[in-house]
Design a protein around this ligand. Structure first.
Ligand code: NAD
Length: 483
């Protein structure tokens, strides 16, 4: 079995070498094809941070084991890591956080065991990076949560929870505020839960989840979240088990998977051979499990846990009374301990069952559309306009443009209604949302909206617009605060 390996930037080459040395010592039956990817490739003029050969190799092999990569500084440059995850549709980011004996934390000292798997949606949300300045003062980020995208990650989380025989699967969300986006994610969570009656499925609002994770981490098993919330919550969980040096990450897609550490390139210690390779090693172990090399995975994990139990550590963690070892010596210690079992959390060694299907060669992009069974109509439009005038003046001007098809129903500023009712204590910025609906409640068409747009543009700079759709008579848009 062949996999693509990208060593990465900063500490990447050092920790990758340490991990592959352990793999070789354990005779892991993998071949490595090194690919050119990272900041240094970007510097050579490849604008997405990888050579065309690297892209083709990864798409052929379907498996990428990568070191951390630096995001070039400057506007207009996208993160290589995020580009890779999104381009290859690795829709689920799985991060496992468990108590490691020898890595002291407040919880390990208190005898509270932690074994939490965070599954984070990996493509959508604000990570689309679709951002615009609407006025000189107002920036907008578009947050996409889609039905098919949410289904992919939530189904993966339930399937993984079933295989792991966990007790509980929890959806973290903010659906109390973001009723349409997070509401969709939460609805899908409970739709999928119906197929897994043996699992206790529940949900917790994300701020409460953070509090509960730091007070009772032992009560959580699998937590599934949207992208940004998942990013934050997974770093919180990394802190619970000793920090980013112990946080592995698997980016799972239908065709291509990427295994990497959560931490970055650690430029402050790069080239010194002192970095902790544990997170990358744990990611490599997860990759071995994923491709069915269960015996190698368990043997190496047991050797790692045994090594940690003996107190051997790199400079970033461990007992300060024991001098730290460097990256190479840490890997050597693990190699010496291959075949040994730790006192705590020893992994069962199950014979290898390799044979993950080779990725399908795709002829075209797959379109993910769910069945729509409700009739759709346009009930109105939100026009986002630039103005530094008072709400009543804007209302007066807008009403002149409403014509025979529209009525002005509301004006809001930063999501708070300021007309027809509002408060003088609401501070304003120079960007309003003016909401028009159909005058006689009859459905509108796009030409009606364009007519209004053209008319309104005589008075205002229109920054953007959103249709007010309605499905099966139900409003598919939010109300302004106070509307
Ligand atoms: P970082 O994770 O690189 O470093 C944060 C701190 O943790 C530093 O003090 C560092 O020395 C320490 N640290 C990190 N990994 C360590 C390890 N294995 N052993 C010992 N100490 C370790 O975060 P940063 O400084 O914010 O980011 C540096 C660069 O890495 C940025 O360009 C960022 O974009 C990139 N990055 C890449 C990835 C990735 O490739 N997946 C993830 C995060 C950040």
């Amino acid at each position: 079995m062949k996999i693509a390996v990208a060593k990465g930037d900063g500490i990447g080459p050092e920790i990758m070498e340490a991990v592959l040395t352990v793999f070789r010592a354990n005779k892991v039956p993998l071949e490595y094809e090194y690919v050119e990817m990272g900041k240094w490739v970007f510097d050579k003029g490849f604008s997405n941070g990888m050579t065309p050969v690297a892209k083709e190799t990864i798409e052929q092999l379907g498996m990428l084991f990568k070191g951390p990569m630096e995001t070039p500084k400057g506007k207009g440059v996208k993160s290589i890591n995020v580009t890779a995850r999104k381009t290859w549709n690795t829709f689920a980011n799985k991060r496992v956080f468990q108590t490691l004996h020898g890595v002291d934390t407040v919880f390990s000292k208190a005898g509270i065991p932690i074994d939490i798997t965070v599954v984070r949606e990996n493509i959508e949300d604000t990570y689309g990076g679709i951002e615009h300045m609407l006025t000189h003062d107002v920036a907008l980020s578009r947050r996409f949560i889609t039905r098919p995208g949410s289904e992919q990650v939530i189904k993966y989380a339930f399937e993984m929870a079933r295989k792991k025989k966990t007790r509980r699967i929890t959806c973290g969300h903010k659906a109390n505020i973001m009723k349409i986006t997070d509401g969709l994610f939460l609805d899908i969570f409970y739709e999928v839960a119906k197929d897994y009656p043996e699992l206790k499925a529940d949900d917790v609002i994300v701020d409460d989840l953070c509090m509960k994770l730091v007070t009772r981490p032992d009560t959580f098993d699998v937590v599934v979240l949207t992208n940004l919330q998942g990013d934050i919550v997974s770093d919180l969980c990394a802190g619970l088990v000793g920090g980013l040096g112990f946080a592995p990450s698997a980016n799972i897609g239908d065709h291509i998977c990427i295994f990497e550490a959560v931490h970055g390139t650690a430029p402050d210690i790069a080239g010194k051979n002192i970095a902790n390779p544990t997170a990358l090693l744990l990611s490599g172990i997860a990759m071995l499990q994923h491709v069915g090399l269960t015996e190698n995975a368990a043997t190496i994990e047991n050797a790692l846990l045994y090594t940690l139990e003996t107190g051997i550590h790199t400079g970033d963690f461990g007992d300060k009374t024991i001098p730290p070892v460097n990256t190479t010596a840490f890997a050597e210690a693990i190699i010496q301990n291959l075949g040994k079992k730790p006192k705590l959390n020893a992994k069962e060694v199950i014979p290898n069952m390799p044979g993950t299907p080779t990725p399908l060669k795709l002829e075209r992009n797959s379109m993910m559309v769910s069945q729509e069974d409700e009739s759709e109509s346009i009930a109105g439009v939100d026009l986002f306009i630039e103005s530094d005038e008072q709400p009543e003046i804007i209302a007066e001007k807008c009403m002149r443009h409403a014509g025979v098809k529209f009525k002005l129903v509301s004006i809001s500023n930063r999501g708070t209604q300021v007309w027809p009712t509002g408060s003088l204590y609401t501070n304003l910025v120079n960007q309003y949302n003016v909401r028009f609906e159909s005058l006689d409640d009859k459905p509108l068409n796009q030409q009606d909206i364009i007519g209004l747009y053209v008319s309104m543009s005589g008075n205002f700079k229109i920054c953007s617009l959103e249709l007010l759709n309605s499905w099966g008579g139900k409003k598919a848009y939010s109300l302004a605060q106070g509307q």
